[in-house]
Design a protein around this ligand. Structure first.
Ligand SMILES: Cc1cc2nc3c(=O)[nH]c(=O)nc-3n(C[C@H](O)[C@H](O)[C@H](O)COP(=O)(O)OP(=O)(O)OC[C@H]3O[C@@H](n4cnc5c(N)ncnc54)[C@H](O)[C@@H]3O)c2cc1C
Length: 376
């Protein structure tokens, strides 16, 4: 069997690595001219690590992310007082990785020459024909992992398209370690949010979110964040001061405007953001892409010859669609609450958070992390 994967993002690379390890012939077509080392941090939850274990990459990921930090997590107010604390045990499995390190780890798992850089896919037919600018290739199965603005998905009936979530996000990683004083997590203001999480080497991944019209840009994004979050509790200011302006990126937050009616069409499946782009409010986008990759690998080639491709792709659709739909819906709901702007709505939100027992937040997270490869 020959599988073509469109897109060398986290989802595409993980799928290719899993399939190749199981003995399947894989080609990855990526439009970028070469490997990227851009990006900031990424939360890997227990479910993402379980998926990496299925793909044979769990140990490498754990080695890259270290033993984790025992920190108090939860939500704070801009003055630093706690609204809600998540017990350290609930975030015991969480690891934060630099996106570039995860990409490198996945690429290193592939045989040299697997990724064809500078190959832009212009269309995919249901029979597995992949059209390129200068020709076409045919595969038994095509995995469209071409991201939130997937060209493959755009050609399918029922594509709901993207919707703007109403907020824009900045991300950065400090150039040097910063002392988080035993606490991480998010701080919620009115229409503003700041989050922080340590990498294995003590540098800190942070993100800042502001409710704003889509398409806004500042000449100096680093200064724009510093201005918006001036006066917030430390170490917010320290984190910004420790970050090089060139290491701050900004993107408007979009998700799929609704669930896809099917993740399969003929010999083609959607995977990762192409299938279920979600808002980052649960930190689950890449984790779900890894679950997709592990599931598809197991169905196509797990422990032997695997299933007949048609049956495998059908099962992939049936197994993945309900879960990603639930998580995407929850992510959006969390984002809506977290970005509350009105004085009354944000006060009500804060009161509810203060009254919610810490164990409840822990239970919600445990439910998402409790993923295991379903029996096909
Ligand atoms: C602010 C923010 C914070 C986030 N934080 C987290 C987090 O903490 N944890 C988490 O799990 N997720 C997080 N996410 C989500 C996560 O980044 C994505 O879900 C994940 O990167 C999706 O991976 P992917 O492989 O599906 O797509 P991508 O990483 O977008 O990769 C798609 C690839 O396809 C290529 N491509 C596109 N079109 C073509 C074409 N026509 N031909 C060939 N190649 C093509 C692209 O160049 C790209 O390399 C966050 C997202 C945002 C916006």
């Amino acid at each position: 069997m020959h599988v073509i994967v469109v897109g060398a993002g986290i989802g595409g690379l993980a799928t290719a690595a899993g399939l190749q390890r199981a003995g399947t012939r894989v080609t990855v077509l990526e439009r970028a001219p070469g490997a990227r080392v851009v990006g900031s941090g990424l939360s890997l939850f227990g479910n993402g690590l379980t998926a990496l274990d299925v793909l044979g990459l769990g140990d490498a990921a754990r080695a890259a992310t270290g033993p984790g930090h025992r920190l108090l997590a939860g939500q704070r107010r801009p003055d630093g007082s706690w609204l809600s604390r998540t017990p350290p045990d609930a975030v015991r499995r969480l690891r934060v990785v630099h996106r570039a390190d995860l990409h490198r780890l996945l690429e290193d798992a592939l045989a040299p020459g697997t990724v064809h850089w500078g190959c832009e896919v212009t269309g995919v037919d249901d029979d597995g024909t992949v059209r390129l600018r200068d020709g076409a290739e045919r595969a038994d199965v095509v995995v469209a992992a071409d991201g939130i603005r997937s060209r493959v998905r755009a050609g399918w009936p029922g594509d709901p398209g993207l919707r703007y979530a109403g907020y824009t996000a900045w991300r950065g990683v400090t150039a040097v370690p910063v002392d988080l004083r035993g606490a991480a997590g998010e701080t919620w203001g009115r229409g503003l949010r700041f989050g922080m999480a340590p990498l294995a080497d003590g540098r800190v991944y942070w993100f800042a979110v502001a409710s704003a019209p889509a398409g806004g840009r500042a000449d100096d994004e680093h200064a724009a964040v510093a201005h918006l979050f001036a006066g917030w509790h430390e170490p917010v200011g320290e984190l910004l001061a420790a970050t090089r302006p060139a290491d701050v990126s900004r993107s408007d937050v979009h998700d799929l405007a609704g669930p896809m009616p099917s993740l399969r069409r003929g010999r083609v499946v959607l995977l990762g953001d192409a299938a279920h782009a979600m808002t980052p409010d649960l930190g689950q986008g890449a984790n779900q892409a890894l679950e997709d990759a592990a599931t598809l690998t197991a169905l196509l080639s797990g422990g032997g010859p695997g299933l007949d491709p048609d049956e495998a792709l059908d099962r992939y659709d049936r197994l993945r669609r309900p879960r990603v739909r639930r998580i995407a819906r929850r992510a959006r709901a969390v984002g809506r609450v977290a970005q509350a702007r009105g004085s009354v709505t944000s006060r009500v939100r804060d009161t509810v958070l203060r009254l919610t027992p810490p164990s409840a937040a822990g239970r919600q997270l445990a439910a998402v992390e409790a993923w295991a490869l379903p029996h096909a």
